[in-house]
Design a protein around this ligand. Structure first.
Ligand code: SAM
Length: 450
């Protein structure tokens, strides 16, 4: 791989004699030639700049001097890399691409930059020109950006980095994530311990922990990278970790989508009613008649009903928005006097959960629905945790408070899901839709878990 660097400060590039890049040059893996732009001037002052056409501050680098320098250095295989704050932000993908080029010529600007015709001219004559930026800030010259590119591209050249494995998992690598945090000896430093899993010797657990941390760090600092992850590359563990970080991958979605559960507002009513109409049949027993289901939706789950629920201080309506659409909701009835909600609907007044008999108020979780595409995505835990935390605020005056729900006795999947959320079976009740009696399994749990 050959780099030609053209600059008015060739001495700046002494850094390229150091470390891995220096060693790679010695071993002939990288061939780096640094040129003084002034060698292509033909006036006694060796001047490379002139005042800008159109006026304004500063000086502009002359196209004739740059043209002479680049004609001599580009050859017929050179890619012209021009550092400029108005370029495309340099990324690992661009570096991977450039590493395949074989010969890169770097044109380091100074002052107000290089006359715009230089890059245009080479581009028009068929040279590949890459205008790149190190970031959204302005440096005095292109030298730092040239060193950055040589180092980032150079380390991808086979043989430069001793252990090629270290290129795979690192930030911006094939995983599309930032790297997990890394640690070394001593295991305890200034009272801070290395995470225990890393000294456990369990390689599977270490791998999972690292992947989870990489997802966490990326979600915190670069949510754009999470939203660009291809869904097909995400395993169950990834999806669980992402749900905990506020991203869900609905069935059929190409990428993780940001998800948040919050108390519903008036503007959510149409979305809530649409979702409720779509999901109500999912929870009904197999034999239920279409018209009964429709009548129930019209009398309990219309837009007017949801407007009322959202306004009613005795109701807690939660909406789960995924990628900006409401794909889940929960509705809880709060007992006005801190007693029992839904006593007439079979509330388990004598509930006992994990050996603890109920005391304090009993909230009814009257609805808890998710769009089908969210099954198995961790959405239930996300919606439940937000609902539970709002219920906990509501229940602040009582040291203990419980929440109960009824779900179709034939729906094993829903019952398993509620068990996973900490609900425990209490018995059965009968629930009437149209002229049919349906059996519900009744579950309860404390709002706060010990
Ligand atoms: N007037 C130019 C502008 O506003 O775009 C800035 C010129 S800057 C002072 C001089 C040189 O520093 C540029 O020609 C470029 O080579 C380099 N430079 C400055 N900031 C850079 C950045 N963020 N990325 C890459 N190169 C940069």
């Amino acid at each position: 791989m050959r780099f030609d660097i053209v600059s008015v400060f060739p001495e700046f590039f002494a850094v390229l004699d150091l470390s891995l890049i220096g060693k790679a040059r010695e071993r002939g893996i990288l061939d780096i030639a640094v040129h003084d732009l002034r060698d292509w001037t033909d006036d006694p002052h060796r001047s490379v700049d002139d005042t800008p056409f159109g006026g304004g501050a500063g000086m502009v680098m002359r196209p004739d001097v740059w043209g002479a320098a680049l004609d001599d250095t580009l050859g017929d295989d050179g890619v012209l890399a021009v550092p400029t704050p108005s370029g495309t932000p340099l990324t690992q993908r661009m570096c991977e691409d450039l590493a395949a080029a074989g010969h890169i010529v770097l044109a380091c600007g100074r002052y107000e930059g290089i006359d715009a015709r230089v890059a245009d001219h080479y581009e028009e004559s068929g040279v590949r020109v890459v205008r790149y930026s190190l970031g959204d800030y302005v440096l005095n010259g292109g030298e730092v950006a040239a060193v950055a590119l040589v180092e980032a591209v150079g380390r991808l050249v086979p043989g430069l980095v001793g252990n090629p494995e270290s290129l795979v998992e690192e930030s911006h690598g094939a995983a599309g994530l930032l790297e997990y945090p890394v640690y070394t000896r001593p295991a305890r430093w200034r009272g801070l311990d290395v995470p225990a899993v890393l000294t456990s010797g369990d390689h599977g657990k270490v791998a999972r922990w690292r992947r989870d941390r990489a997802l966490e760090v990326t979600a915190g600092r670069r949510p754009d990278m999470i939203e660009a992850l291809p869904a097909e590359g995400l395993d169950r563990g990834d999806r669980r970790a992402l749900a905990g970080l506020g991203y869900l991958v609905p069935a059929g979605a190409a990428h993780p989508l940001p998800a948040s559960a919050r108390e519903a507002a008036a503007s959510d009513v149409p979305g809530l009613a649409d979702l409720a109409a779509r999901t109500f049949p999912d929870a009904c027993p197999p034999g239920m008649r279409e018209e009964d289901m429709r009548a129930f939706v019209e009398s309990h789950l219309s837009r007017e009903d949801f407007s009322r629920y959202v306004d009613d201080p005795g109701c807690l309506t939660m909406a789960l928005a995924v990628g900006g659409r409401i794909l889940g909701y929960a509705l809880a009835c709060l007992p006005p006097d801190g007693a029992v909600a839904g006593a007439e609907r079979g509330a388990p007044v004598q509930a006992v959960v994990d050996g603890r008999p109920r005391s304090g108020p009993l909230v009814e979780l009257s609805k808890f629905y998710l769009d089908r595409r969210l099954r198995g995505t961790g959405a239930a835990a996300l919606l439940w945790e937000a609902t539970r935390s709002r219920l906990e605020e509501w229940a602040a005056p009582w040291p203990e408070a419980y929440v109960w729900l009824g779900t179709n006795a034939a729906n094993e999947r829903a019952q398993r899901a509620y068990r996973r959320l900490g609900f425990r079976f209490q018995g059965q009740r009968t629930f009437r839709v149209g002229d049919q009696d349906n059996r519900d399994a009744v579950f309860a749990r404390p709002i706060r878990m010990a």
